[in-house]
Write a protein that binds this ligand. Sequence first.
Ligand SMILES: Cc1cc2nc3c(=O)[nH]c(=O)nc-3n(C[C@H](O)[C@H](O)[C@H](O)COP(=O)(O)OP(=O)(O)OC[C@H]3O[C@@H](n4cnc5c(N)ncnc54)[C@H](O)[C@@H]3O)c2cc1C
Length: 435
Amino acid sequence: MILNTDVLIIGAGITGLNFALNLRADLDVIILSKNSLQECNSYLAQGGISVLRNEEDYEAYINDTLAAGGFKNRRQAVEILVRESRAAIKRLEELKVPFNRDKNGELIYTREGAHSINRIVHCDDNTGEQLHKVFEKKVSEKVNIKLIENCFFADLLTSKNRCIGALAINEGKELNIIAKATIIATGGIGGLFKNSTNFHSISGDGIAIAIKNNIDVENLNYIQFHPTSFYEDIKDKRRLLISEAVRGEGGRLINKDGSRFVNELLPRDKVTEAIIKEELKSKSNYVYLDLSFLEKDFISKRFPNIYRNCLERGVDITKEPIPVTPAQHYFMGGIKVDMYCRTSMENLYAAGEVSSTGLHGANRLASNSLLESLVFSNRAVEHINRTISPYSVIYKDLIKRLKGDTDYYSNSLSIILQQEIKKVRGDIINELVAL
Ligand SMILES: Cc1cc2nc3c(=O)[nH]c(=O)nc-3n(C[C@H](O)[C@H](O)[C@H](O)COP(=O)(O)OP(=O)(O)OC[C@H]3O[C@@H](n4cnc5c(N)ncnc54)[C@H](O)[C@@H]3O)c2cc1C
């Protein structure tokens, strides 16, 4: 089957939906999602979205991002992110995203590890879900946007170094989707790991397809392991994240003897390293995160979802410490893009976690990811709105290449990416978290 569209967006997380919402209304848009619309990491985001507080915060915010990233960041991307953050949040306020506010209606800013001040806006402790729901509703109201769920992106359609759409499998049938502009927004790589906070289905397909098509990728060794996922003796199940905001609000990391062993507000890679050392020293699979000394009411109101999810797992966080251990969480590397999300292939863009703007360096500062998705997809959208060709793509060379077997293609893409990552990374964390 052949579909024709102006813009094809592969991925329906915050990045993909934000793209679709801001494209010109006269452009036909198709969005693909691998499984259900809600099965994306955007939906899981807890802590919030960082934003520049005021002009005095400009250098501090840049420095926090650079320091967390081990100064391996692309400075231009950091400056763009910080400078354009307020406009991105303003747009969300206009869409009526229900951010937490004080009695005067002003935004409440919280803090997370490695931020020098409180600069994170949030919707309780399920910011991603609430944001995604607002976007879903807005997308459903737009007549120019067609959303196809349970549709597996298997390859790109290309002509020399030009992208002209994608091959996908929907309900066992092959789809050739021809597009003037194609955006890969397929998210991170957590599905490749045994221990990850990501949905298992988010497994780096977009990056593997880029590698297969000789599109530039970079920093495949920049993998972030979140220090605090809930420890459970289970296999092949998504790890419950205990947000960094818990430490931001005063939560303490302690070992089995009840002693603190690290500054909880150091960047994620440093805290992860300290926990792994502590686990090895004490021959334990976990340490504890304690916030039970805080007011019970504050805990259940500030972290209602974490409270409920831990209670379901038998831990009352208002009374006892939480067993935690590091898990794969985020991918800083990916498809190399410029400041308008353009890849090395013509008419092909990549945005969100799948892309590498170079912003995060070797380690992402907390709550900079949703912001990156918004700021850089806004820039790419403006570029597409301005430059998209008025002429349809003519492509006669359609070949039936795919079997309707999603698992087969999914597994082969995972193998391509795992092999590439293993070439550049093979450290102790990888062994513990298991690739
Ligand atoms: C538990 C958790 C908490 C987090 N908390 C925060 C936070 O508080 N603040 C913050 O800034 N960041 C946070 N993050 C990171 C952030 O949520 C993600 O980096 C961000 O949402 C990624 O958005 P995305 O749109 O790029 O990808 P995703 O939201 O993961 O969306 C990927 C989309 O691609 C689709 N897709 C993938 N492969 C295919 C394929 N082969 N075919 C078709 N479609 C495909 C999926 O179906 C999905 O729709 C958190 C992440 C996790 C896991």
